[in-house]
Design a protein around this ligand. Structure first.
Ligand code: GLY
Length: 573
């Protein structure tokens, strides 16, 4: 359907036509009823946050690329058309399962610059200045995304990297049309863009952006060309590195040439566990996602939640009680494994979790003030986006990638055309003080030079009887873990298809604040009353997560689950 290497005039015109079709498609999606069953791929499927990015990933697979090639191309495309989270100025995690059964995961999380220190966001009185960890240049960690894409390609890619980046260069040069949601979001960010930038970025406008307006990004196209020509050094050294450092030096940024040059992503052993006969493969620290997800599933397995029902009082109560305990453990024990010993084996030990959850009462909620981290026995030896891709050979990849907040620190690197992350806010800047997601952290996640900040990103692959079954993930800060958890339960326990499992409303508890966040219409009035009587505080919220998922159906076809909460789009062939 989509042509990505537009060389002739005819093809260029076709390309513009395609952009218009994509916008109309996304308008339609949001103006009509929500699909209850997902896009079907007979061979391969991509689900990502933007229709154009999904189209590029699909085209790569149609042209002989595998799931990893498609993921790399989709990731670069999201940096162009989904700047609020798609990125080259941020970082993330990839979980991979190749069709021969090999599993692996890549940590391309940002790192603290060498000049970072644990009290960098505290004033002389020890008070936290949380604007500095979320807005402007001090908020950025050293980006990992470009190094990550090259590391993935080196190990698993099959098509030339230049071919995977080319469609994004073309889109940055020619422009892409805003969807209604994208225009609406941009209009809310104009003041911050003005405050934090020293130039008029392509996203500035004196008038309101409208759906269908075209954004061209010549500077970003040049940056992508540098990467295409010079590999990872095209970002971490040379002109792009100079532009990043110049941006840092224009105010109070800390990232240096040495920080950029020395950045390296890390292959890590995935976190694995079992749930009702399924194998769960997820991300290891410095993401808390895999550990927390397995703890939650271990706590759920002993209960017949399918009989209790989806979003029934008893099911929600159990989930909230498990979540407050798991997030207390997260806050206390998890951080960067390259800096501290993490009790991962203990946290994943079923005996630990049986004990950990043994004080859950079904008669009343446990106030979070009475919940602290579990007793770990001594060790014997600690605004994001997601894409899911399955190829025709059964290879699978789940990537969650982020700038942290929507548009990161709001600063677009002058001349280079991409937004920088504000990932430093994911560190615990002051013990006991919540970050922007309300998450509390401790010593394990204190700031230190070169350290990676704790994440909640939970790219996850599920197998059943050694066959690929699901690829799951979402943005949403602290709600990522519980969104992935609920989506797995929706399919495995509640018998939903992939799209339905993504569509249904979600809830979330994270220890502090001591409340269950509830999407509107998630719970009936009776369930809300019953939960309140048990002692739960409920807080209604707008949208939780924007999932992109794939389910392998019994006949081997693939069902996409693209979240109607965003512009998420699943495309297959
Ligand atoms: N920046 C959100 C996360 O990594 O959890």
């Amino acid at each position: 359907m989509y042509i990505y290497i537009a060389k002739s005039n005819i093809v260029k015109q076709l390309y513009h036509l395609i952009l218009c079709i994509a916008v109309l498609t996304s308008c339609t999606t949001h103006n009509t009823s929500i699909q209850s069953s997902g896009t079907i791929g007979n061979h391969a499927l991509v689900s990502s946050a933007h229709p154009l990015a999904s189209a590029i990933g699909l085209e790569i697979m149609k042209n002989g690329g595998n799931a990893i090639d498609a993921a790399i191309a989709t990731h670069f495309a999201l940096a162009v058309v989904y700047p609020q989270a798609g990125n080259i100025g941020g970082g993330g995690f990839a979980v991979i399962r190749m069709n021969y059964g090999t599993i692996n995961s890549l940590d391309f999380r940002e790192k603290a610059p060498a000049l970072a220190h644990r009290e960098m966001y505290l004033n002389a009185k020890g008070q936290l200045n949380d604007m500095q960890s979320t807005h402007g240049l001090m908020a950025s960690g050293v980006p990992g995304a470009v190094d990550g894409m090259f590391a993935l390609h080196q190990k698993y890619g099959t098509l030339p990297m230049a071919e995977l980046i080319e469609p994004s260069i073309e889109m940055a040069q020619r422009g892409y049309a805003l969807t209604p949601l994208a225009a609406e979001l941009l209009n809310t960010k104009q003041e911050e863009f003005q405050t934090y930038n020293r130039w008029s970025t392509p996203y500035h406008s004196d008038q309101d952006w409208q759906a269908g307006d075209t954004i061209t990004q010549p500077d970003l196209a040049l940056t992508l060309e540098h990467i295409q020509t010079n590999g990872r050094n095209g970002f971490y050294e040379g002109i792009v590195a100079d532009q990043i450092v110049a941006e840092m030096q224009s105010k109070n940024g800390l990232i240096s040439h040495a920080d950029l040059k020395n950045y390296q992503s890390v292959w890590r052993k995935p976190i694995t566990g079992n749930y009702r006969g399924h194998q769960i493969i997820s991300m290891a620290p410095p993401s808390s996602g895999g550990v927390a997800l397995i703890q939650l599933l271990q706590g759920t397995e002993g209960y017949p939640i399918a009989d209790w029902g989806h979003n029934s009082t008893k099911t929600i109560h159990l989930m909230a009680e498990l979540e407050r305990r798991v997030y207390a453990d997260r806050a206390t024990y998890l951080g960067d494994p390259d800096f501290i010993n993490l009790p991962v084996d203990q946290l994943l030990d079923p005996r630990y979790n049986e004990q950990r959850f043994s004080d859950i009462s079904f008669d009343k909620a446990t106030p979070s003030a009475l919940v602290s981290a579990g007793e770990i026995p001594p060790s014997e030896s600690p605004e994001t986006t997601h894409l899911s891709i399955a190829d025709a050979d059964g290879n699978a990849v789940a990537i969650t990638t982020t700038l942290n907040s929507s548009f990161g620190n709001k600063v677009m690197v002058k001349g280079a055309g991409f937004f920088l992350n504000n990932e430093m806010d994911d560190f615990s800047s002051k013990p006991g003080s919540p970050n922007q997601f309300g998450l509390i952290g401790g010593e394990a996640n204190a700031i230190a030079p070169h350290k990676r900040m704790l994440s909640s990103m939970t790219p996850t692959i599920v197998t059943y009887k050694d066959q690929l079954k699901m690829i799951v993930g979402t943005p949403g800060g602290s709600t990522i873990i519980t969104s992935v958890y609920q989506t797995l339960l929706n399919v495995i326990d509640h018998g939903m298809g992939m799209q339905e499992a993504v569509n249904v409303k979600r809830v979330h508890h994270q220890w502090y604040p001591d409340e269950i966040r509830v999407e509107s219409d998630a719970l009936t009035e009776n369930v809300q009353t019953d939960l309140a009587q048990l002692g739960h505080q409920l807080r209604m919220t707008d949208k939780i997560g924007r999932m992109d998922c794939i389910l392998v159906l019994p006949d081997g076809r693939l069902e996409g689950g693209a979240d109607p909460r965003g512009d998420n789009t699943a495309l297959g062939y």
